[in-house]
Design a binder for this molecule. Structure first.
Ligand SMILES: [Fe+2]
Length: 334
């Protein structure tokens, strides 16, 4: 593979059924609504206990950042307004009692924020690798709302169905009791072992970053960092927004847990979005090969390049055919 970087994939033009556009929402403006302050510290995957072999499978070696600012005060106010407008569209799944997925179809503000070039550039800089806003629209601007029942966790211990995302508070975390975002300073294999043995997570490894206000976030390699969102201990409002990214270097194997997405996203959209995403990856991998064309006698290498793409497509096709057989994966509440 040469050093080809993938072209972005435009947001779908079609408006899907069941996802009406919001009316009278704020218009996103990068200059007024973003106030990005870069994180000062980054915890590496090594510090989480991952091996060099594990890290080699990832597009970058960072695990999670400290808290950093994304939105200005005005941006945070607009984001809260949009999140409240979207609240009537919450759905439930086996992990989360109330979330809105696919809000980027309904809110131009949310879509433009999640696809902001300035924000993508900042997130890329933190990761040390070029990223693009996620090419599966349901992986953009995921919103979590506190469950109606006080004490019930917002989201259970889990890893994400994508590689890189940030978790940003939309409401002020200091205006409520509880509702912390927590992550586990260990590997996902360690958590799986503990769960299997019926043991609780090591409390000394549970970290709860302190978020100073709305519009502040942590960026994580979400499929490697086990995390959760705790419930409120008193009635209140807690909303967070999670935005996903894909590496621009498409030579990294795709990491999309379509088996999981199919269980939580609408059937009339989940497969189409995944198929579109994989088609984009295939196109970009082929484009990379064309860009890197040179005369050569190395037939094995040429065959290998073609097989790599064919295999990726075949695996995706198999995923599409067997969708619906899986269970929503998580590590529970303890
Ligand atoms: Fe998550």
């Amino acid at each position: 593979m040469n050093d080809y970087l993938a072209n972005p994939l435009a947001f779908p033009h079609e408006q899907p059924n069941g996802f009406p556009m919001l009316e009278d929402e704020p218009v996103f403006d990068e200059t007024r609504h973003l106030q990005i302050e870069m994180p000062e510290t980054v915890i590496s995957l090594k510090e989480f206990g991952y091996s060099n072999e594990d890290i080699a499978q990832c597009p970058c070696d960072f695990g999670i950042t400290n808290v950093f600012r994304i939105l200005s005060d005005e941006g945070a106010e607009c984001m809260l307004q949009v999140a409240r407008m979207l609240e009537q569209y919450t759905t439930s799944n086996a992990r989360i009692a109330r979330n809105v997925r696919g809000g980027a179809y309904q809110s131009k503000f949310l879509r433009d924020l999640c696809q902001s070039k300035e924000l993508t550039a900042a997130v890329s800089k933190i990761c040390g690798t070029d990223l693009l806003p996620h090419t599966i629209p349901h992986q953009l601007g995921h919103l979590n709302y506190n469950p109606k029942e006080v004490g019930e966790n917002v989201d259970k211990w889990h890893v994400d169905t994508l590689r890189i995302d940030f978790v940003m508070f939309v409401t002020d975390p200091n205006s409520v009791e509880g509702g912390e975002f927590e992550y586990y300073l260990g590997t996902k294999e360690e958590v799986a072992e503990l769960k299997k043995a019926g043991k609780l997570l090591d409390p000394a490894k549970i970290k709860a970053p302190v978020l100073p206000g709305p519009g502040y976030a942590v960026l994580q390699q979400g499929n490697m960092v086990v995390h959760r969102a705790k419930g409120l201990t008193e009635p209140g409002e807690r909303i967070t927004m999670v935005n996903g990214y894909v590496p621009r270097d498409v030579s990294f194997p795709d990491y999309t847990r379509f088996d999981q997405l199919y269980l939580v996203d609408p059937e009339h959209m989940a497969a189409s979005e995944y198929s579109r995403h994989v088609t984009w990856m295939g196109r970009e991998l082929l484009e990379a090969q064309l860009k890197g064309f040179e005369f050569s006698e190395d037939r094995d290498k040429m065959a290998e390049n073609l097989e790599k793409i064919a295999e990726m497509m075949a695996v995706a096709a198999e995923q599409l055919r067997k969708a619906g057989d899986a269970k929503v994966e998580h590590f529970g509440d303890g």
